[in-house]
Each structure stands twice: as structure tokens, then as C-alpha cells.
Design a protein around this ligand. Sequence first.
Ligand code: SF4
Ligand code: SF4
Length: 142
Amino acid sequence: MTPLNQLTQEAQSLAVTSDSTPHPSPTVHDAACNGTATTLGLLTDNEAEVDRILQICNACRYCEGFCAVFPAMTRRLEFGKADINYLSNLCHNCGDCLHACQYAPPHEFAVNVPQAMAKVRAQTYTDYAWPPALGVLYKKMG
Ligand code: SF4
Ligand code: SF4
């Protein structure tokens, strides 16, 4: 078993849910599979990457004092779509955790919290815009 699998398994063993519902597969896409809004709760590729990283961070917890993301993260034992969207919007992309991280690339864990969260954040700007036409406009104008 690789160190990443072992660490991820340890992190997941902490994620005991009240109803033991399995976490949606990170490889399952939403219906459109193209970053459009979904109410299904399934994770996009970008959200699955944040989920993977948060499992590692939740086991590590070195960055707990860096920003609001880490204390909010450690209050959760598993990360659904809404949690990932919320936590990604708490990140202000300062980069402190990346520079401090012993698991950042080129380490095989490839933990890059700001990059992973920025991708999800950009998606949420489109998904949660109101009226929805503004989200489409934002996506086009980027
Ligand atoms: S960013 Fe790296 S050092 Fe910080 S909590 Fe996550 S895994 Fe640990
Ligand atoms: S990059 Fe984001 S998650 Fe990392 S310390 Fe800065 S605000 Fe927190």
C-alpha cells in the first residue's frame, strides 16, 4: 500500500458518519460533466481533488492556525459537495499553506490547497450566480 493510500485510508476511517452513507465516488461526474450547476451532490473532478486533499490535511492538521479554512475543515469528518464549495470560498489564495506544506509537489501526495480550491471557487461563481444568466456571463468573460 502506498503512503498516500495509507494516509487517505486513515483519514477516511475518521469519517464515521451517522448513517454510514458512503462518500460519493470522486470519479462520478455530474450529469453534464462540464462544470454546470448540479443538485445531485456528486463531485466534479475539481471537487474530488479538493476532497482528496482535505482528507490528507485533516490527518495532518499542520496548518490549523493559518486561516479560516483549516479550523472549519477540522470540524468536519467528511466532505460533501456543499462543504467543499463552502471551504473553497473561505480560501483567499494567500499561498501560506502551500509554502509550508511538506506534502506539496514534488511530493507524491501533491497537496496544493490554494490551486485546488481556486478551481472549485471559479466553478462556484458560475454555479451560484443569481440570476443564473450572470453565471453564464461570468463563465464566458472569465
Ligand atoms: S496543506 Fe499540507 S501541511 Fe498544511 S494541513 Fe494540509 S497536508 Fe498538512
Ligand atoms: S492558501 Fe487558502 S487555505 Fe491556504 S492558508 Fe491561504 S487562505 Fe488558507
